[in-house]
Write a protein that binds this ligand. Structure first.
Ligand SMILES: Cc1ncc(C[n+]2csc(CCO)c2C)c(N)n1
Length: 226
């Protein structure tokens, strides 16, 4: 793209199209949609996702620290509140339904893929600005909404009581979640409008790295890797 171009979130996806597709259409996701994912793979994923969410909450706290305006501070605060007051509680309840107690969650050893991804996001936020941090978070926030929509478009997907993972899909297809995804996309779109090509290239690196780390997170679940 030439100088003076107005970049958008979709340009990040387009430049990283292969990695993005490998993330959204990962075997873990396909098997989850088909209801054929081995339950121990899903349980391993759920446990590591608890640790992921805790670090993700810290990333919103870092976004608060990196804020320059009241609007940015409020946005970070809302994200932190959503995870700490709502999503982590739901996650603990959901884990219990899968036979994973809160005590087990609290004592979990962290898998390397969890460490790599979460610390990458935090480091990117520390050394960069709020846009770097949001681009590092975008595969998570925007990707999971796309994943739910991709699952719903597949002919082999099973919904309802015959799919043990139906509640997981329902969470990410929900209007509330899709609205959060759209809001994040709008925020990133607005910030990308006036970045230079050199800055865009830096952000592409962050987006690609984070997308690859999401792929590794799925693979960790599939291989039950520690
Ligand atoms: C590895 C991994 N990546 C993304 C998500 C999805 N997710 C986690 S927090 C959040 C933002 C909403 O507050 C979203 C979409 C996940 N659960 N685990």
């Amino acid at each position: 793209m030439s100088n003076g171009s107005r970049y958008r979130f979709d340009d990040l996806k387009a430049v990283c199209a292969n990695d993005w597709q490998a993330y959204i259409q990962h075997d873990f996701v396909a098997q989850l949609g088909d209801g054929t994912l081995p339950s121990d793979c899903f349980q391993h994923y759920l446990k590591q996702d608890y640790l992921f969410l805790i670090h993700f909450a810290r990333a919103y706290a870092l976004a608060a620290y990196k804020s320059r305006t009241l609007a940015e501070l409020r946005q970070a605060h809302e994200g932190l509140k959503a995870i700490v007051d709502l999503e982590l509680g739901l996650h603990v309840d959901y884990c219990r339904k899968w036979g994973i107690s809160e005590a087990e969650l609290e004592a979990l050893p962290e898998a390397r893929a969890t460490m790599a991804y979460t610390r990458y996001v935090l480091d990117t936020g520390h050394r960069g600005d709020l846009l770097d941090l949001h681009v590092a978070l975008a595969p998570c926030v925007i990707g999971y909404g796309e994943i739910a929509n991709w699952i719903n478009r597949r002919p082999t997907t099973v919904r309802g009581g015959d799919n043990p993972f139906d509640a997981w899909i329902a969470m990410y297809e929900s209007d509330e979640f899709q609205a959060a995804m759209a809001a994040e996309r709008t925020w990133v779109d607005a910030r990308l409008v006036d970045v230079t090509p050199a800055r865009f290239d830096e952000l592409v690196t962050v987006f690609r790295d984070a997308t690859r780390l999401e792929i590794d997170f799925w693979q960790m679940g599939l291989e039950r890797r520690s």
